[in-house]
Design a protein around this ligand. Structure first.
Ligand SMILES: *Cc1c(COP(=O)(O)O)cnc(C)c1O
Length: 333
């Protein structure tokens, strides 16, 4: 696998840290839990989209585009980071925000919405939840083209093959850190949304024959459809990088029992996980992705899936700005 043949903009210098969570591990009395701090990636307030955008923005620049467009929920971290990357590159940025009910997007809301304004978004467009995403991207792209712009549309979560290269690269970064720090992980946990993070990791580990299982915790869809999305991306990334070993169905595992009642909707496991990480480790998770993924890991440990002495790595994909838009959930008792 040779990632150097793909154009890349470098936003983060050096690897993100891997830290051991002693107090959380002790509280759960199970395996030793480590965390990979992708919440400390560069661009505004960090998070996993930064790794994808290193490849996506390089592609946009190579094509001579001057405006990026992307789409996400009103509190989308992906929209915030795409905008931040556009600002960094001197490009314009338009965001399409999907509303589950009319009026869900509140321009005066905190969290990522505040950051859209501070970063100077050029245009915000609204679309109904469940809309035809490619059609919405095309509609805004066509309108910009009519004004003489060269738009670069980025699908939901930046989970194209090019974007997912960022997490194939992260898999190699993790393997190097394991070697240098002398830690052999038994499993890696990640949230699974649009699947580029999970798919890229699987592609990277499989290409390196790492024999390191990745467990994804779905934040929005059932196991079968999430596993299919991860599998397809992992295969396509493997092909794009010319890997001699490509992902198999048996390399893909998604747990789907931790996201109810729905994407972005709080549940007790998420609230417990966010509070535990904050109070035991001083680490902020987020209510939509990492809070639910950590709730999944905690539950798997409580069910006895891992024994003492084993080592599990949790990928912190970022998202903590969204916490400030969920204040009432955490202050309620
Ligand atoms: C987008 C996002 C994810 C999910 O990553 P996918 O590649 O879309 O599966 C996880 N955590 C955070 C904080 C995110 O913003």
């Amino acid at each position: 696998m040779n990632l150097a043949k793909f154009p890349r903009r470098i936003y983060t210098h050096g690897p993100t840290p891997i830290e051991r969570l002693d107090r959380l591990s002790e509280a759960l009395d199970g395996p030793t839990i480590y965390i990979k701090r992708d919440d400390t990636l560069e661009l505004t307030a960090g998070g996993n989209k930064t790794r994808k955008l290193e490849f996506l923005m390089a592609d946009a620049l190579a094509q001579g585009c001057d405006t990026v467009i992307t789409i996400g929920a009103p509190q989308s971290n992906h929209c915030r980071l795409t905008l931040a990357a556009a600002v960094r590159e001197g490009l314009h940025c338009h965001l399409i925000l999907t509303e589950n009910e009319p009026g869900q997007y509140d321009p005066m809301a905190s969290g990522n919405n505040l950051l859209f304004e501070l970063l100077g978004v050029e245009g915000i467009h609204l679309a109904p939840g469940g809309c035809d995403v490619p059609a919405e991207l095309t509609r805004v792209a066509d309108a910009l083209r009519a004004e003489g712009r060269k738009p670069y549309p980025i699908p939901v979560g930046g989970s194209t093959v090019i974007g997912s290269l960022g997490y194939a690269a992260c898999a190699e970064e993790i393997l190097r850190q394991m070697f240098e720090q002398g830690i052999a992980f038994d499993a890696v946990y990640t949230p699974t949304g649009s699947a580029g993070t999970h798919g890229g990791l699987v592609a990277g580990f499989v290409a390196n024959d790492a024999d390191l299982p990745v467990v994804g915790v779905s934040v929005m869809r059932d196991r079968a459809s999430a596993e299919e999305a991860v599998y397809q991306l992992a295969r396509q990334v493997g092909e794009a990088v010319g890997a001699s070993h490509k992902a198999d169905h048996s390399d893909v595992e998604v747990l789907d029992q931790y996201y109810a009642p729905g994407y972005g909707k709080p549940n007790p496991g998420m609230i417990e996980a966010v509070k535990l990480l904050a109070s035991l480790e001083g680490i902020l998770l987020d209510p939509v992705y990492t809070g639910k993924a950590m709730a999944g890991l905690i539950d798997q440990i409580r069910q006895g899936r891992y024994r003492k002495g084993q080592k599990v790595l949790f990928l912190h994909t970022g998202g903590s700005p969204a916490l400030y838009a969920y204040k009432d959930v955490f202050l309620a008792r």
